[in-house]
Design a protein around this ligand. Structure first.
Ligand SMILES: Nc1nc2c(c(=O)[nH]1)N=C([C@H](O)[C@@H](O)CO)CN2
Length: 125
């Protein structure tokens, strides 16, 4: 499977389980790998045939900003559903890190992997 990736996207939102976290936006660092067949884009050399990583980046920043949840797990799942709905991707690897969330730790976060079939009408979770 071919991949298109976005690494280190910074998206600001209100998120967290504590009251103080719900009072201000903070940055999340997001890594995305989408599985796509890149052969049509390679053959035409036209962005219309590609999954546009700039468009995904802009969409992710806007989506994350608009969601106000407690858990990274919830954000990840909602973002995954959104990406499959908006873009012609076959698979998704999504990692969301929350800088500074735990003192003395390099990074904490959540990583999920989904396929388009996970969101089919029958058997949707
Ligand atoms: N598995 C998770 N653990 C924790 C989360 C989370 O979203 N998923 N969130 C927090 C707090 O909001 C934390 O980031 C603040 O220190 C703690 N654990």
């Amino acid at each position: 499977m071919d991949k298109v990736f976005i690494r280190g996207l910074q998206a600001h939102t209100v998120i967290g389980i504590y009251d103080w976290e719900q009072r201000a936006e903070r940055p999340l660092i997001i890594d995305i790998v989408v599985g796509v067949d890149t052969r049509a884009a390679a053959a035409s050399d036209n962005i219309r045939d590609a999954v546009n990583y700039h468009a995904i980046s802009d969409a992710v920043m806007a989506f994350v900003k608009g969601e106000n949840v407690h858990l990274l797990e919830t954000m990840a799942e909602r973002l995954a559903r959104f990406l499959f709905a908006e873009f012609p991707i076959d698979t998704l690897e999504l990692r969301i890190a929350k800088p500074g969330a735990v003192p003395g730790v390099d990074a904490v976060g959540v990583e999920i992997e989904r396929q388009r079939g996970d969101y089919a009408v029958c058997g949707a979770r």
